[in-house]
Design a protein around this ligand. Structure first.
Ligand code: SF4
Length: 373
């Protein structure tokens, strides 16, 4: 383990890593700034999301909300709309809440300590360490999936990387290796090494700047480390969804602000129960959720979507309003909107998969342009 490394060995490791990073790092947009706000936004986006997917969102988000004041002034819906498609929406709800808290309590000034950052909504050890080290050069080591993999291989550590009790151990290892004089650079170099060289499968050990320090390489175990605890199988739910038409408009509802996909808009629906057909479920769910009697007309699409802990299959139907007035049971808001207005609302990924089909059906329909099917 790293405490068994001499101080001289640790220094040689840091030097090799730093020299490699300075020559080979990818020119990512958030590496061209020292603005704590931009660094914070990038780190929030990068949690659970690949670099390539983040880049366009990062530019769009910063051009729309260039500083913490502009973010705090924006409505949650505006913020969700810019984030739409990036997933894990709790991240952006917390970012928005944190921006408001910073403006309210500190006139938009950023905290300059790890503990103060951690008091903000959505800021855990990773974000606090990343922002503090990169923006303020504070000596806190980051531990993300890439860093854990690199450490597990460097030290041939067999603690399962996906178990929470192993986090402490990896945190200690990372902190011992940290270059406290250039913590931001060191942290980014460790993550870059994991992302580009010490990859999950087929690590490029031949090009690795720290191969001479790597126990897994020495023992030929780089493909079998890190160890992962086998995960539970992911359940799949069948969901019925209704696109309810009335007078050329369709009904959308807003999810409650907290929890999965909180604050996003969607078409009403819910789980298909045992013994129920998708059309029966669609009718029942719409009655229960929004209090409307509808006729289920025809299928629009069948859509699969995966979330982190489960999958869904959406059976989407075109429905016609029959009677009743909207009474919400679950959603916190609703709108009857024309089809061309759907683009103004933030929807979850699963809904965005079938919205183009609705628009396509409308454009093929010889009824009014706002009708479809
Ligand atoms: S030698 Fe291979 S396994 Fe070891 S740190 Fe480098 S890339 Fe990873």
């Amino acid at each position: 383990m790293s405490h068994e490394w001499s101080a001289a060995r640790r220094k040689r490791f840091r030097d090799r890593l730093r020299e490699w990073y300075q020559r080979h790092q990818r020119p990512l947009p958030w590496r061209q700034t020292d603005d704590p706000y931009a660094i914070w936004v990038s780190e929030v986006m990068l949690q659970q999301t690949q670099v390539e997917a983040v880049i366009p969102y990062y530019h769009r988000f910063l051009s729309r909300f260039p500083d913490v004041h502009r973010l705090a002034e924006a409505s949650l819906q505006e913020v969700l709309k810019v984030w739409e498609g990036l997933g894990y929406y709790a991240r952006v709800r917390h970012l928005h809440q944190a921006a408001r808290q910073l403006v309210r309590e500190r006139n938009g000034q950023f905290p300059q300590s790890f503990e103060q950052w951690k008091r903000l909504p959505g800021v855990g050890d990773y974000i606090a360490a990343a922002v503090c080290s990169i923006a303020f050069s504070l000596p806190h080591a980051v531990v993300d999936g890439n860093v854990k993999r690199v450490l597990a291989r460097l030290f041939a550590c067999e603690d399962p990387v996906n178990q929470s009790r192993a986090v402490k151990r990896f945190q200690i290892l990372a902190q011992e290796l940290l270059d406290v004089h250039q913590p931001g650079l060191h942290n980014q170099a460790m993550m870059e090494l994991g992302a580009t060289i010490c990859r999950p499968r087929q690590p490029a050990c031949g090009r690795c700047p720290v191969q001479a320090f790597c126990q897994a390489f020495e023992e030929g175990r780089q493909e079998t480390l890190p160890v992962r605890q086998p995960g539970k199988s992911v359940p799949e739910y069948a969901i019925a969804v209704g696109v309810v038409q009335r007078n050329g408009k369709v009904l959308i509802t807003r999810r409650r602000p907290e929890g999965l996909l909180g604050g996003l808009w969607e078409f009403p629906g819910g789980k298909i129960q045992a013994g129920e057909s998708p059309t029966q479920a669609c009718q029942r769910e719409i009655l229960e959720e929004v209090g409307l009697q509808v006729r289920v007309d025809a299928p629009i699409a069948r859509v699969r979507h995966a979330y982190s802990h489960f999958k869904v299959v959406l059976h989407v139907f075109r429905c016609t309003y029959l009677e009743g007035s909207v009474r919400l049971n679950g959603p916190v808001d609703y709108r009857w909107v024309a089809l061309h207005e759907l683009k103004d609302y933030p929807f979850p990924g699963a809904n965005r998969k079938f919205i183009p089909r609705i628009l396509e059906m409308a454009s093929l329909s010889d009824k009014s342009s706002e009708d479809f099917g």
